[in-house]
Design a protein around this ligand. Structure first.
Ligand code: GAL
Length: 418
């Protein structure tokens, strides 16, 4: 073959490759609330993978842990007929968006990727609307963790508590030693996160299910609930005066910097420790929140895709959905984020001890009936009920309302919201 001809073939193939990538490269506008250090690092992985396939990532980050602000913004964009192409939406809300008939069907991606086999049925059920995949899951977060600075505990002569009684003893010592016992962010979703962790610890799995999943009036207005509320309020004296309104990651930073001893938060907090270069088991300890060892309050992040007409945008949506479920993303993202992969059968080699514990307890809790969806993180109840619980919990925490009155109000307001 003549060299000129070979060069021509090479140029032609290059032009063809450019044409292919240009015609398939679409844009996805992705609404999410991952703006803290660890979160941004994690979501960056998805952006990179998508861009490597020739697509464009238009970032639509709405700050605010827990995602309530992001959900308000999403509603208003959707109401004005201009939703983003993809959005971070979880739990029962996926069904609500499905009811509105605006979601793209992801069945072909799911079929090719074998999602039915690679996802636990409890997860894939939530991702489907009327039997069709409309959402793709990203991870499994565990809520009932306590993030401790061992150095602060040591200096205060305190032991990491495994019961709420031990918590008070440790917190007193830490306070006397001049540290802030609990790094706390006074925002409704963070208060609800701590509260539901206490309900799990004090009430146990069966009580949690009755009260915060089935929204049962008798459980909500019960002596056990009064006890949970009392323990919740007891934490307040061990927080600092700047707690109201504080973002969760700033509370984590207090533990990282050795100003505070512990934070009750889901394992996205681990993403902050690792992003700050801290080593698990050395610079920080991840322990189950008091009295919740063996139980697993889960929180699964997922993305829905909105119907779009543009073929390139559709291709980009499908690539995004496929990439999320692929092992590479599942590993790198979850190592950074502090969560564990949602995809079954993944290698555990890259994960630290806290993650390994989460892997094991996810399985054992499922077997013992202590694997429970988080109320605070939109896994368990519809938004109206969650909103009613949030209002009572935050009003109770920030006023001198007696716990008996709060329990009564919980039952009443939840009933009204149903
Ligand atoms: C949760 C979400 C996590 C984490 C956290 C704080 O609702 O599931 O991924 O980001 O909010 O923003």
């Amino acid at each position: 073959m003549k060299p000129g001809f070979i060069r021509l073939v090479a140029i032609f193939s290059m032009l063809f490759a450019m044409f292919v990538s240009a015609s398939f490269g679409g844009e996805v506008e992705v609404l999410h609330w991952w703006t803290s250090g660890g979160e941004a690092k994690s979501v960056g992985v998805l952006k990179q993978l998508l861009e490597a396939e020739g697509h464009t990532w238009k970032d639509f980050a709405v700050a605010g842990g827990g995602g309530d602000t992001a959900m308000t913004v999403l509603r208003s964009r959707a109401v004005s007929g201009n939703p983003p192409t993809a959005a971070q939406v979880k739990g029962p809300q996926i069904q609500q968006w499905g009811d509105e008939g605006v979601l793209a069907n992801l069945d072909d991606v799911a079929k090719k990727g074998d999602w039915d086999r690679l996802l636990p049925a409890v997860v894939s059920d939530v991702m489907k609307y009327k039997g069709h995949y409309v959402a793709v899951p990203v991870n499994v977060h565990r809520i009932n963790w306590m993030w401790c600075n061992p150095d602060v505990f040591r200096k205060a002569g305190a032991t990491i508590p495994t019961t709420w009684e031990q918590f008070s003893v440790a917190a007193e010592k830490i306070k006397k030693a001049g540290f802030i016992p609990v790094a706390f962010g006074g925002q409704a979703w963070q208060e609800a996160t701590v509260f539901e962790t206490i309900v799990l610890g004090i009430g146990g799995a069966a009580f949690f299910r009755k009260a915060l999943i089935e929204a049962d009036s008798a459980a909500l207005n019960s002596e056990v609930m009064v006890k949970c509320l009392t323990i919740f309020k007891n934490i307040k004296q061990y927080t600092d005066k700047d707690a109201p309104g504080r973002d969760w990651n700033l509370a984590t930073a207090m533990v990282i910097q050795g100003k505070a001893a512990m934070q009750f938060m889901g394992d996205w907090a681990k993403g902050e420790f690792t992003a700050a270069g801290k080593a698990p088991g050395v610079d920080f300890i991840a322990a189950p929140a008091p009295e919740t060892s063996g139980a697993f309050l889960f929180n699964i992040d997922s993305f829905i895709m909105f119907n779009v007409k543009n073929k390139d945008a559709q291709a980009a949506q499908k690539s995004m959905a496929r990439l999320i479920m692929e092992p590479k993303f599942q590993e790198v993202f979850n190592v950074n984020k502090g969560s564990i992969p949602v995809r079954l059968g993944m290698s555990r080699a890259a994960f630290d001890d806290a993650a390994l514990r989460a892997f094991d307890e996810f399985a054992s809790a499922a077997a013992s009936g202590a694997l429970l969806p988080s109320m605070a993180h939109e896994m368990a109840v519809f938004p109206a009920i969650r909103g009613a619980i949030f209002d009572v919990v935050t009003n109770f925490y920030n006023s001198d309302m007696p716990p008996e009155e709060a329990a009564k109000k919980l039952a009443q307001d939840v009933k009204d919201a149903m």
